[in-house]
Design a protein around this ligand. Structure first.
Ligand SMILES: CC(=O)N[C@H]1[C@@H](OP(=O)(O)O)O[C@H](CO)[C@@H](O)[C@@H]1O
Ligand SMILES: [Mg+2]
Length: 549
C-alpha cells in the first residue's frame, strides 16, 4: 500500500496553513490561539495515523485541549500506546509537518517521514481522540478527523472528556485481553475501576467531611457528575465552578492554575468554605489538582503538588513497611526545581528524591526508575507509578501476619485507584482523601508536615529566550555566560535563599523563581534576579518593569 497522495492533497487543501506562523510541539504539545490551529490539527491527524502504523497498529491518542489557558486558546497533544506522552523524536516530526508551508510541502514532508521513520504503510492504523469543553474544540476535531481520514486510520471518538481519561483509554485499549489489562476501555469502566478501589480503601474509616471541588468551569465538571453517583455515600463532593456553557467562564478566576499562581481562594468559593474546611481545584482539562483549606482564623492555606507528593509518598512508604516489603520495594520521589525547598528537605530525609527538568515527560520517565515512583510538579500535576515488577511482587507476596495482609490489600487497591498514565485530578483527589482518612488528618495536620518557604515566580519578557541555556535539571544557567555567577552572588545574601532562571517551554518568556526565609525576601530576590536577566540581554531601559530591582 502506498500513500493516497490525491486524498491527502484534497483534504490538506481544505486546511491551509496560516502564513508567517511557526508552530512548535513543546512540553504541552501545540498550544496557541484556537483560530490559527486548523491546519495543525489536520496535520496532527496525519501524524497520529502514521505513528500508529509505525507501532504496528497500536492505538495512539490525540487530546484537543489547552488546559488552564484562556478559553480562546486551544491545543493538541499526542498520547503514545501505554498512555504516556509522545516519544521525544516524534516531537520534531510533529513540528516539521505543522510548519510545511503548503500542501505540496506537506506531502513531501509526509513522504520524508515515512522514509526516515521506516513506516510500513500496509500496517493498520488506530487512533482514539477526545477534546475538552472549549467552544473551538468541535471544529478542530473535524480538522483532526480529516487528517486521520487522509491516511485511512480506524478512529474512535471519545467525545468531550478529561485529558487523563483519554490517556487511560489509550492504555486500556492497547492492553485489552492481555495479562496487563489496564481496565475496561470505556469512561464508565474508568469510573467504576477508580470508585471500587476508593470504596475498598476507605471501608471502616470515619465518615469523610464534605469536600468542595472547584472544576474551573471545565471538563472536570462533567467527570465529577459521573463520579458523584458512582461514589454514593462514600464521600460527599460539592461541585462548584461547574458551568461549562457560559462563554468566557473556563479557567476564569478559578481552577488549579489560578489558585497556584495567585496563591488565593477563587472568589466564587469564599462564601462556601468555612474555617477548617478543605477544598480543591482542578485545572481546565482536569489533569492538575490543588488543595487548600481555611485555618481557624479563616486564612487561606494552599496545599500544592509538593504537599500532595509528601503526603502520598510517606503513606506508601508506611504501607510497604507494614506489608513486610521494605526490602523488595523502594519508593522514590521525582520533583522539578520549582518544588518548594522545604518539601525537598522533608522528603530527602525520608526517601530518595530526584530533580529533573520541567515537564511531565521528564518526571514520568524518572519515576519509572523506582519500584514505586511518586512524582508531582508543584503546580499539582502528578501521579504514582508502580513498576511491573512491583505489581507482580504485590500479587505474589504471602503475608506472614494479618496486619501485613491489610497493608498489602491497601497497596493493591492504590494500584487500581491511581491513574498511572498521567496526572489525574479526580484520581489524585480520591488518593488524597484516602490518605487523609487513614491518617485522620484535616488540612491542618497535613499542612504541618513541613512549612513552605515563601516564594515568588516572575516572568521576564526578552527578545530571544533561546539564549538562556541551563544545566543541572534547570537549576543553573550556562548561557548567557556570566549571569549565573551574578545570581549566585545575590542569592548568598538571603537566608535560605534559592533562585533559578529558565526559558519557559510553553510561553515566550523567561521564568525567574526565588524562595527565601521571609516573603518580602523572596519577592526582593525574585525581582532583583529578574532585573539582572532583563539588563543582561539588553532589555529596553524605557520598558523595564518598575518592580524589577
Ligand atoms: C513553572 C510552571 O508551572 N511551569 C509549567 C509550564 O511550563 P513552562 O516550561 O514553565 O512554561 O507548563 C508546563 C506544561 O503544562 C508544566 O509542566 C510546567 O510545570
Ligand atoms: Mg492541564
Amino acid at each position: 500500500m502506498s500513500l493516497n497522495v490525491n486524498e491527502l492533497r484534497r483534504l490538506s487543501d481544505l486546511h491551509p496553513k496560516p502564513r508567517a506562523i511557526q508552530f512548535q510541539y513543546g512540553t504541552a504539545g501545540f498550544r496557541t490561539v484556537a483560530s490559527i490551529l486548523d491546519s495543525t490539527l489536520f496535520r496532527v491527524g496525519v501524524l497520529a495515523a502514521l505513528r500508529s502504523k509505525r507501532l504496528d497498529g497500536k492505538t495512539i491518542g490525540v487530546m484537543v485541549t489547552a488546559s488552564h489557558n484562556p478559553e480562546a486558546d486551544n491545543g493538541v497533544k499526542l498520547v503514545d500506546p501505554r498512555g504516556e506522552m509522545l516519544e521525544n523524536a516524534w516531537e520534531s516530526h510533529a513540528t516539521a509537518l505543522a510548519n510545511a508551508p503548503n500542501t505540496p510541502a506537506l506531502i513531501e514532508a509526509v513522504e520524508h517521514l515515512v522514509k526516515v521513520a521506516k513506516i510500513d504503510l500496509n500496517k493498520p492504523s488506530r487512533v482514539v481522540y477526545a477534546r475538552d469543553t472549549r467552544p473551538s474544540g468541535a471544529s478542530l476535531v473535524r480538522a483532526l478527523e480529516d487528517g486521520l481520514k487522509a491516511i485511512g486510520a480506524e478512529t474512535r471518538d471519545a467525545g468531550v472528556t478529561t485529558t487523563p481519561v483519554l490517556h487511560y483509554l489509550v492504555r486500556a485499549i492497547n492492553t485489552k485481553g492481555t495479562k496487563d489489562e489496564y481496565g475496561p476501555d470505556s469512561e464508565e469502566g474508568y469510573v467504576a475501576k477508580l470508585t471500587a478501589a476508593f470504596k475498598k480503601l476507605i471501608a471502616g474509616k470515619a465518615a469523610i467531611p464534605l469536600l468542595v471541588v472547584d472544576c474551573a468551569n471545565g471538563v472536570g465538571a462533567l467527570a465529577l457528575q459521573k463520579f458523584i453517583p458512582a461514589l454514593g455515600n462514600s464521600i460527599t463532593l460539592h461541585s462548584v465552578n461547574d458551568d461549562i456553557s457560559t462563554a468566557g467562564a473556563l479557567n476564569n478566576a478559578c481552577g488549579a492554575d489560578f489558585v497556584k499562581t495567585q496563591q488565593k481562594l477563587p472568589a466564587s468559593l469564599e462564601s462556601l468554605l468555612h474555617p477548617g474546611q478543605r477544598g480543591c481545584s482542578f485545572d481546565g482539562d482536569a489533569d492538575r489538582l490543588m488543595y487548600f483549606y481555611l485555618d481557624e482564623r479563616g486564612r487561606f492555606r494552599m496545599l500544592d503538588g509538593d504537599k500532595i507528593a509528601s503526603l502520598v509518598a510517606a503513606f506508601i512508604v508506611e504501607l510497604v513497611k507494614s506489608a513486610g516489603l521494605e526490602d523488595k520495594i523502594k519508593v522514590g520521589v521525582v520533583q522539578t526545581a520549582y518544588a518548594n525547598g522545604a518539601s525537598t528537605k522533608y522528603l530527602s530525609e525520608r526517601l530518595p528524591v530526584k530533580c529533573v527538568p520541567t515537564g511531565v515527560k521528564h518526571l514520568h520517565h524518572a519515576a519509572e526508575h523506582y519500584d514505586v515512583g511518586v512524582y508531582f510538579e508543584a503546580n499539582g500535576h502528578g501521579t504514582v507509578l508502580f513498576s511491573p515488577e512491583t505489581q507482580q511482587a504485590l500479587r505474589e507476596h504471602q503475608p506472614a501476619i494479618p496486619a501485613q495482609l491489610t497493608a498489602l490489600t491497601h497497596l493493591l487497591n492504590l494500584n487500581d485507584l491511581i491513574n498511572q498514565t498521567v496526572g489525574d485530578a479526580v484520581s489524585d483527589m480520591l488518593l488524597v482523601e484516602v490518605v487523609l482518612a487513614h491518617k485522620s488528618y484535616s488540612g491542618v495536620e497535613w499542612d504541618s508536615l513541613y512549612v513552605d518557604l515563601p516564594n515568588r515566580l516572575v516572568k521576564v519578557k526578552v527578545a530571544n529566550r533561546n539564549v538562556f541555556k541551563t544545566e543541572d535539571a534547570e537549576r543553573r544557567l550556562i548561557s548567557p555566560p556570566t549571569l549565573q555567577a551574578k545570581i549566585d552572588e545575590l542569592v548568598r545574601k538571603y537566608e535560605d535563599g534559592r533562585s533559578f532562571v529558565r526559558p519557559s517551554g510553553t510561553e515566550d518568556v523567561v521564568r525567574v523563581y526565588a524562595e527565601a526565609r521571609a516573603k518580602s525576601q523572596a519577592d526582593d530576590l525574585a525581582f532583583r534576579v529578574a532585573g539582572l536577566v532583563y539588563d543582561e540581554v539588553g532589555g529596553d531601559p524605557g520598558l523595564r518593569p518598575r518592580e524589577f530591582l
